[in-house]
Design a protein around this ligand. Structure first.
Ligand SMILES: C[C@@](CO)(OP(=O)(O)O)[C@H](O)COP(=O)(O)OP(=O)(O)OC[C@H]1O[C@@H](n2ccc(N)nc2=O)[C@H](O)[C@@H]1O
Ligand SMILES: Nc1ncnc2c1ncn2[C@@H]1O[C@H](COP(=O)(O)OP(=O)(O)O)[C@@H](O)[C@H]1O
Length: 283
């Protein structure tokens, strides 16, 4: 690898709750959701090139180079900023894909912040978050790097500071299509908006969970198993499910008891993302 590389994490997120309030004319859904980060992350390395080329050197299964959100983010930032430099990028993929923990969106956000730094563009967070939204609804929260209550399609963010427990995250080995869940005839789309801040306790349900459980028995099974130890919930549109524990030791113990049939990991919840902690330490 190049000597002058910048290496940054791209952490996962959880949706601690997710309410669907309605459907907009364009088919997208109005949500209220609570995002918290996990200290569990992909790792991206960047090295500037003088020839303007953007090259991701790590292939990920079923994602062609030009469709990778990392490449899309880099190209958009390059085009909009008029930057003449390029970049070599390497990815260590740690986060399960399509699991509702936001790995692709987080990779995109880390690319935007990493290249802003490497190319010395001087863009502010508002500009990067606005560009990020054109790549995906979840990208802005990763750009901001603070746990947030999100509204709209997920782009109106209010920073919040929920507790930071340890989580067991189970990864059912099924691919849940976000588009399929959002177009499901049985999806509840009429939750009442919560107007109180902070969100009062007892509002932690995920409105996608009933339809996901019905369509994917593996997800229901993982929820049932984790429910024996703590309240278990779906993140995003799944497939991952999670439960909170007061200590790492307790979370590790529960994961160990489930490993015979389940794939998963333990990670601490965090209200300031690993990416922002690392960037802060570089300044
Ligand atoms: C619902 C969340 C919560 O975090 O789910 P996860 O993807 O993390 O599971 C996200 O907002 C998802 O965001 P993102 O993954 O960027 O979704 P997109 O690719 O933009 O949308 C995939 C499809 O889901 C539907 N969709 C998505 C977001 C939304 N607010 N309403 C929708 O109806 C649309 O049909 C869209 O075509
Ligand atoms: N860098 C990337 N990492 C993961 N997925 C990516 C990436 N770029 C594009 N994708 C595509 O985005 C989809 C959703 O990925 P991901 O963000 O991991 O899941 P989710 O949105 O469910 O949290 C993947 O199935 C893949 O096709």
């Amino acid at each position: 690898m190049h000597t002058a590389t910048l290496t940054l994490p791209a952490p996962a997120k959880l949706n601690l709750m997710l309410h669907i309030l309605g459907r907009r004319p364009d088919g997208y859904h109005e949500l209220q959701t609570l995002f918290q980060f996990l200290d569990h992350a992909d790792e991206l390395s960047f090295a500037a090139r003088d020839d303007g080329e953007i090259r991701l050197h790590t292939e990920i299964e079923n994602v062609p180079h030009d469709s990778n959100l990392i490449v899309k983010a880099a190209r958009k930032l390059q085009a909009l900023s008029g930057c003449r430099k390029g970049v070599d990028i390497w990815l260590k993929k740690i986060l399960p894909m399509g699991g509702g923990i936001g790995g692709g969106s987080s990779d995109a956000a880390t690319t935007l912040l990493g290249l802003n730094h490497l190319w010395q563009l001087g863009w502010n967070e508002d500009q990067l978050a606005e560009l990020g939204l054109t790549l995906g609804a979840d990208v802005p929260v990763f750009v901001r790097g603070h746990a947030a209550f999100a509204e709209g399609v997920g782009e109106k963010l209010t920073p919040v500071d929920p507790e930071e427990p340890w989580y067991v995250v189970l990864v059912p080995q099924v691919f849940v299509s976000t588009a399929e869940i959002f177009s499901h005839p049985l999806l509840t789309r009429d939750s009442a908006p919560i107007n109180m801040r902070p969100v009062p306790k007892g509002n932690s349900r995920n409105d996608c969970q009933p339809v996901v459980e019905q369509s994917y028995p593996e997800v229901r099974n993982s929820l049932n198993l984790l429910s024996k130890f703590t309240e278990a919930r779906l993140t995003g549109t799944g497939s991952c499910v999670f439960g909170a524990f007061p200590s790492k030791a307790e979370a590790d113990k529960v994961l160990a008891l489930l490993t015979e049939t389940q794939t998963g990991f333990v990670a601490k919840g965090s209200n300031v993302s690993m990416l922002h902690r690392k960037l802060q330490s570089l300044l």
